[in-house]
Design a protein around this ligand. Sequence first.
Ligand SMILES: [Zn+2]
Length: 492
Amino acid sequence: MAMPQDLLIPRPRKIELTGGAMPLTLLHAEAPDLLATEARAADTLFQQMQLWGEALPCRLLLNTELPAEGYELVVAAEGVRIGGGDRAGVFYGIQTLRQLLEGARKMRRNELAALRIVDAPEFHWRSCMLDSARHFQSAAQVREVIDALARYKFNRFHWHLVDHFSWRIGFRRHAEMLESFPGHARSSGYYTPEEIREILAYAAERHIEVIPELEMPGHSSGVFAIHPELACPDGLPIDLTRGEYCIGNPASRRFLGEIIDETMEIFSGIRYLHLGGDEASPRHWQQCPVCQNAIRNLGLSGERDLEHHFMTELARRVLDHDVRPILWSSLRAYDPRIIMQCWGGRPLDPELSRGSLAGNHSMVRCQTSWIGAVAAAQMELALMRGADLINSRHDYTYLDYPMRRSEPHSSWMPDLPLERVYQFDPLPEETPTGRRSQVLGAEACLWTELVTPDRVMGKLFPRLLAFCETVWTPGELRDWADFRRRVRHHQR
Ligand SMILES: [Zn+2]
């Protein structure tokens, strides 16, 4: 018979059986007005559980002695009490109660063991990214993902919405970006401003912040089919292989500035905006008279410095809205208000594959030792420059990588079995003591080049369960054998 501690993911900090039990009967939430949303979430859960019989109270309250996002859950003969350090803490207590109720239901028990759980997260940045650009998921599917994240106590949803031929935000002032891109049969679809606002509200009720991403200055090849004037006049054809804006041209900055402003209007109230900033090739900038002129006029030393200048200006535009920008980690130093997301880099990245790091290793060799070296170097650089960072080291957290070889995958992708995700350490041991608070937390990423909408949940689960425990549960309480026992109760 499974005990309560065998049912819970992520594993709580402290669980104590207090003796006796509570009959599995109808529950109803009692809460102050401040917790009306959480009371609704609890009552919805109790309805879904189809509980019958004499009603017992589930008391919700704030307890300022508990840490932020922390909670205390007490199950006793006379009912349930959930105290939270804040509203989010109360919500997480309800999610833990959900797992206990579902476990009891599955095992056909008619009571819940009396217990006391005291719990709080290890990291306050517990994020999952969904790429809705490469493949488009309906708004209902996005809500389903957010629901699943909430059950496992995630508090950030990073939404990749602009990439190459796919612009998924229903811009009104730049509606041309929603037309189909000449010469490219992309999957169609975008989210209207109304749908986006509904998704933001849906996520907020579940204590999840949405972080939209606009990719720039690379990954933008579709743009030049519509706005050829934003490509470098370098004499080379404007074709599908061209991914970068002309960053020496003020018109590019103007265009992206307008896109940022409109994104802020549609996503009103957000605290973070991801600006991409990843995998741009300097090939066109090197041949472009406009970019070369800008480098000379600004007294910069090369194309990467011009890119840094360009991204700094756009990040400033975001900061003007009182929103913090996030960038995929760069080898350049940025304003410390910009959060760096470190993923590691691929052997194909020309900036990283120079010198002894890459050497003559084959790509497969690279995937073992080389990736680790790049990821560590990238994190160290960001930390020493004073940046806050999100760890999403790809060989642990990229859930598009195959869990089994039989899944569709690209040849360069390393395997990512469940156990490896569980071994992920968001705050690696070698992080310097004085820099540890700069590691805000971690993110699991689902890129969808090869992932059709019907496969999204199958790619996320069960590995997202392993990931959520790495960001919620302290390292010393994590145990693979124990997790493997618990994960059986969470099969979808
Ligand atoms: Zn140019």
